[in-house]
Design a protein around this ligand. Structure first.
Ligand code: NAD
Length: 263
């Protein structure tokens, strides 16, 4: 637990499912004020349940619908946060999408959708949060949800890999730019995590087996294991950490083919 997170206000985008949801619940356990951004009308019920759970654990929460690709929605997300909780301390740009297509068949529409959600959406979240921190002299923290695919090339997912590669240098550039203001900007690179984005892939035993072979620790990660890295990065325990990609991947980026000298 991180006592300094108590009473802090955190926005998490794409927080009705998966890693974002686990982060929201964990910040709730830390007794923070949690703003759950969600995208689809179908997620309203889920966010209502989450608000109850967060309040039961001693935190506070609201849900705000919005599309991270829309500048106006991100501005409104910040405005609603301030009007409800009076401030903003931590911004977690988590919303992301992917779809599998051989690159020579990838439409411009699909390319644009992934880039605008995963990269432009995260940029807008960074920009608006940093602008607020500067205006109010807040030494805030930003966390961007990247992926091991900011390092590992991924055939059939060129738009996804390009978006995550973009997040790496966006995070480092912003970290350098705002370090003098003590605004910390970091990212997290999860490996294969058990969330809806992977539901189809992991429901096929053959595909799941294939993924497991790439993970030296031998299991698919749980979203709570990523949330645990997010609360640390947001807390004062990480006060001197900026521009970092924190990799949480069970060893996936350690060249698993070389395990036991078999490479
Ligand atoms: P997920 O599908 O459960 O979560 C993604 C969330 O983003 C969903 O709730 C979705 O509604 C929301 N979203 C999509 N488009 C949006 C938009 N335009 N505006 C607002 N919200 C939008 O999957 P997840 O695994 O929890 O993914 C969360 C993040 O973690 C993503 O950025 C993903 O790339 C990253 N990630 C996931 C894994 C993994 O294995 N699960 C690995 C590496 C990185």
């Amino acid at each position: 637990m991180y006592p300094d997170l108590k009473g802090k206000t955190v926005i998490i985008t794409g927080a009705a499912t998966g890693i974002g949801k686990a982060c929201a619940l964990r910040f709730g356990q830390e007794q923070a004020n949690v703003v759950i951004n969600f995208h689809s009308d179908k997620q309203v019920k889920e966010t209502e349940e989450m608000i109850k759970e967060i309040k039961n654990s001693g935190g506070n929460a609201i849900a705000v619908q919005g599309d991270v690709t829309k500048e106006g929605d991100i501005k409104q997300l910040i405005e609603k946060t301030i009007s409800e909780f009076g401030s903003l301390d931590i911004m977690i740009n988590n919303a992301g999408i992917e779809n599998e297509v051989p690159s020579h068949e990838l439409t411009l529409d699909d390319w644009n959708k992934v880039i605008s959600t995963n990269l432009t959406g995260q940029f807008l979240g960074c920009r608006e949060a940093i602008d607020y921190f500067l205006e109010h002299d807040i030494q805030g923290a930003v966390i961007n949800m990247s992926s091991v695919h900011e390092i590992i090339p991924w055939p059939h997912f060129v738009h996804y890999a390009a978006s995550k590669g973009g997040i790496k240098l966006m995070t480092q550039t912003l970290a350098l730019e705002y370090a003098p203001k003590r605004i910390r900007i970091n990212s997290i690179a999860p490996g294969a995590i058990n969330t809806p984005i992977n539901a189809e892939k992991f429901s096929d035993p053959k595909q799941k087996e294939g993924v497991l072979k790439l993970i030296p620790m031998g299991y698919i990660g749980e979203p709570e294991e990523i949330a645990a890295t997010a609360v640390w990065l947001a807390s004062n325990q990480a006060s001197y950490v900026t521009g970092l990609t924190l990799i949480a991947d069970g060893g996936m980026t350690l060249y698993p083919g070389f395990q036991a000298g078999k490479g």
